[in-house]
Design a protein around this ligand. Structure first.
Ligand code: AMP
Ligand code: ZN
Length: 113
């Protein structure tokens, strides 16, 4: 499978992995847009939010729980943070493996689009 995030999950390319269990993997973004910029992804290859089946939707809750725990660990739980999932081309998704951005550590802009 020619997917960069699947390769990170499999340990085939290096990443700064902060958390990994049977369902979810989290690592630092290679091109951080904020002092804290993490990626939280399912270990399983799901191309985008639009490909998530109802049966798989509890994964999103697991990803949010992981993000909340990591925000605490990174010390931004009180100051605040943002979780973002881009979906598809017009949604700004470049890596075709479902992922949630965790951004924080500075004042983020109000612009969403
Ligand atoms: P998106 O635009 O939502 O698809 O975001 C993809 C994100 O993945 C970007 O923030 C990239 O910097 C990040 N990214 C791409 N390749 C890697 C990598 N090898 N390790 C960590 N983050 C990556
Ligand atoms: Zn993948």
């Amino acid at each position: 499978m020619d997917c960069i995030f699947c390769k990170i999950v499999a340990g085939e390319i290096p990443a700064d992995i902060l958390y990994q269990d049977e369902g979810v993997v989290a690592f630092r973004d290679i091109n951080p847009l904020a002092p804290i910029h993490l990626q939280i992804i399912p270990g399983k290859h799901i191309p985008s939010l639009a490909h998530l089946s109802e049966a798989e939707s509890s994964l999103i809750g697991d990803m949010v729980n992981t993000a909340n725990q990591l925000a605490k660990k990174e010390g931004i739980s009180e100051s605040g943070y943002r979780l973002v999932i881009n979906c598809g081309k017009q949604g700004g998704q470049f890596v075709p493996h479902l992922h949630m951005h965790l951004l924080g550590g500075r004042q983020l802009s109000n612009a969403l689009g």
